[in-house]
Design a protein around this ligand. Structure first.
Ligand code: AMP
Ligand code: ZN
Length: 113
């Protein structure tokens, strides 16, 4: 999608630190990490947020989590992690291309909000 920063990253027009890539999924390091390890997992196809993809293609959304389960050790997340996907204004979503934050690599705060 035009003017979508993550579509530009997926297209290779903007550089990123790629941790995993296949035909459907990209995982990059967040540019402003909020934990020792902070990744963004996103579908290559543009969806505006998690409910958009969940409604349109729940099987593909499930496959992303299946893939994540197979990658946790490689990503340095073997001791656990937290996933967050912000949606909309109250969720403070700032990039309108679905992305799932994966935070770990250290003991995280118990506070989430
Ligand atoms: P959200 O606020 O949930 O929409 O999250 C957007 C995330 O994208 C933030 O954590 C940003 O640090 C991250 N981000 C923005 N631009 C880039 C970029 N070019 N490369 C990697 N991460 C980015
Ligand atoms: Zn996009």
């Amino acid at each position: 999608m035009k003017d979508c920063i993550f579509c530009k990253i997926i297209a290779g027009e903007i550089p990123s630190a790629k941790a995993y890539e296949d035909d459907d999924i990209l995982i990059i390091a967040d540019i402003n990490p909020q934990a020792a390890r902070h990744y963004l997992m996103m579908p290559k196809k543009h969806y505006s947020d998690i409910t958009d993809m969940g409604a349109a293609d729940p099987a593909a959304l499930g496959k992303m989590f299946e893939k994540l389960a197979s990658l946790t050790d490689k990503l340095g997340l073997g001791n656990g992690f937290r996933i967050v996907s912000n949606k909309g204004e109250d969720g403070c979503q700032s990039v309108n291309h679905l992305h799932i934050h994966i935070l770990g690599g250290e003991k995280l705060s118990e506070k989430m909000g």
